[in-house]
Design a protein. Structure first.
Length: 89
């Protein structure tokens, strides 16, 4: 982790196109201002973690549902065509 000391009005530049400026310091609270391109995505960390957990749960649930469906339908490996050599003979 990188630690920097900045005063009110001072900035840092990230990836040549994101500017972070210290706008206000009040007690233990710091107000930050950001200038960034429209295509950049910015989320609070706790919101990002919640989204990632929900995505993982949805993907895991979908995978489990597909496995259950394959089992119920008796799906297995596709049979080899009769004219295809087996390779073991």
């Amino acid at each position: 982790m990188l630690y920097l000391t900045r005063k009110i009005g001072e900035s840092i530049i990230i990836n040549n196109n994101i500017e972070l400026t210290v706008v206000e310091v009040r007690g233990k609270t710091v107000k930050l201002g950001f200038l960034f391109p429209k295509e950049a995505t910015i989320l609070r960390k706790e919101l990002h973690q919640k989204i990632m957990e929900q995505n993982l749960a949805a993907a895991t649930g979908a995978d489990a549902d597909l496995l259950d469906l394959d089992f119920e339908l008796g799906a297995g490996p596709a049979p080899k065509p009769e004219n295809e050599p087996d390779g073991n003979r």
